[in-house]
Every structure is written in C-alpha cells, then in structure tokens.
Unconditional design. Sequence first.
Length: 125
Amino acid sequence: MRVLYIFLDEGGNFDFTPKGTKYFTLTSVTRIRPFKPYPELVELKYYVLESGVDAQYFHATEDKQAIRDKVFSIINNHIDDFRIDSLVVEKCKTNPSLYDIGNFYAKMLGYLLRFVLKKYDLSKY
C-alpha cells in the first residue's frame, strides 16, 4: 500500500489582539515516495555541517539566507513533484469563539486537510 505524506507548517501567532500577527497561515506539502530532492537535501545538510554550522535540520526562520537560498533552489528544481496548499486567515475577522488556541488550530487544520484530502482517492493510500 502506498503512503501519502503531508507535511505541515504554520506562520503567524495565536495572539488575536492588535499586537499579534495580522495573518495566521497553515501550509501543507503533500507527496508520495520517492522524495526526489531528498538526496540533494541530505548532501546540503552534510555540506553545511562540514562547514562548521550546527544545523541538525533546515528551518527557514533560523537558517542563514545562503542556506535558505540553497534549500529553496533544490525544492524549486523539483516543484512539480509536490502539491502545496495554504490556508490564510486574516485574524481580525476571526470569531472570538475561536480565540482558544486548540479550538482555532483544530478548526483551521480541518479546513486545510479537508481541501487537500478531497483531491486524493484515499482507498489507494
């Protein structure tokens, strides 16, 4: 049986006051194996480690711009192998009943995953 992989990341924060971020985003990257860019990303990871940078993993908000550029270049070379979907929430329009982090996150994740999963025949995975 094949496995459908869905990788998730969020942007923004859970502060619904004017001090919080304007938007909250959830992005999914959906893929089945093989992961074609994996060998290139592993090579980049070891290159970075051997260069003296302590990088156990790649994370866009923490990596230096040069590393981010290389990671995005590798992904861009394989962009047709991924399905990428995002949900963007303008937080000032969020109903106060959803201000609870758990409730808000679960609801938004549900919206995104329902959209993503309806594109696949799940009986094949």
